[in-house]
Design a binder for this molecule. Structure first.
Ligand SMILES: C[S@@+](CC[C@H](N)C(=O)[O-])C[C@H]1O[C@@H](n2cnc3c(N)ncnc32)[C@H](O)[C@@H]1O
Length: 253
């Protein structure tokens, strides 16, 4: 499927992270790893990432005929899960990386979901949608890459219907104890090694570790969601805290 994609070459080993090209949420870094992104995800998480996506969609509690927005949709894994779990829903995926979405579009066509999922180029910080136009929003492993997270969260609150939910799935750093030590070792050493081996992109996969370390802890991120006009309903650590689900709603006025 991905062999025909024109993916730009990965960043050479030893290039500084500043040159990886994630600044501005352009998606440039993800264009370089798009062809191998899904494969790496399955290997890195031993397949549990798909279970996390299914749980994220369940937390939406979307009703029949829902209009769902999947931000930072990438290769559309979360959009596909949403379309399958919510058979009457229409899913819009949005992402700045054309390379990731090319993989996503091929997947959507292969699965016969072209009538249910559309993918649009865009930036979570400035959404091209009317106020109160969605019944649910998901964002998987995306908010970490957005330079102005508060702007993105305010946009989510704006385009959600009152009472509708947003569920954000993001990697996190378990704090303290042997699990935290093991997770840091795995993310800091094993994942960049796997990224080099399977995708030729060790620098890009080192970014995953460093951006996770820089990301606010779950309580601080929940406070940010609240300050952006969302009511936090649940914060669920996954696999001893290596990932977290944040569920919130746009309060009814
Ligand atoms: C780690 S991938 C996640 C893909 C997918 N959601 C998943 O569950 O696997 C992160 C995605 O965030 C996208 N991204 C980066 N900056 C963004 C922004 N400002 N707005 C929306 N998406 C952005 C990247 O292009 C990339 O596809």
């Amino acid at each position: 499927m991905t062999d025909t994609l024109q993916t730009p070459p990965a960043t050479p080993v030893g290039a500084p992270l500043a040159q990886v090209g994630v600044a501005g949420g352009s998606g440039a870094m993800f264009d370089r790893i798009a062809a191998r992104y899904d494969l790496l995800n399955r290997w890195m998480t031993f397949g549990v990432d798909q279970g996390w996506r299914r749980r994220a969609v369940r937390m939406l509690q979307a009703t029949k005929g829902a209009r769902i927005l999947d931000l930072a949709t990438g290769t559309a894994d979360l959009a596909v899960v949403a379309a399958r779990q919510l058979p009457d829903a229409h899913v819009t995926g949005l992402d700045p990386s054309e390379g990731m979405m090319a993989v996503g579009r091929a997947k959507i066509a292969r699965l016969g979901l072209v009538d249910r999922i559309e993918l649009l180029t865009g930036d979570a910080q400035a959404l091209p949608f009317d106020d109160a136009s969605f019944d649910g929003i998901t964002m998987g492993f995306g908010i970490r890459n957005v330079p102005d997270r508060a702007a993105a969260l305010r946009e989510m609150a704006r385009v959600l219907k009152p009472g509708a939910r947003v569920v954000i799935l993001e990697t996190s750093q378990p704090r303290g104890g042997p699990i935290a030590w093991g997770a840091r070792l795995y993310m800091g050493r094993v994942v960049p090694w796997l990224g080099g081996l399977l995708a030729g992109a060790p620098v890009e996969y080192k970014y995953l570790h460093e951006s996770t370390a820089d990301f606010p802890d779950p309580q601080a991120f929940a406070a940010l969601m609240t300050s952006c006009g969302l009511r936090v309903l649940d914060v669920v650590p996954l696999l001893a805290g290596v990932a977290v689900l944040h569920c919130a709603e746009r309060p009814r006025d």
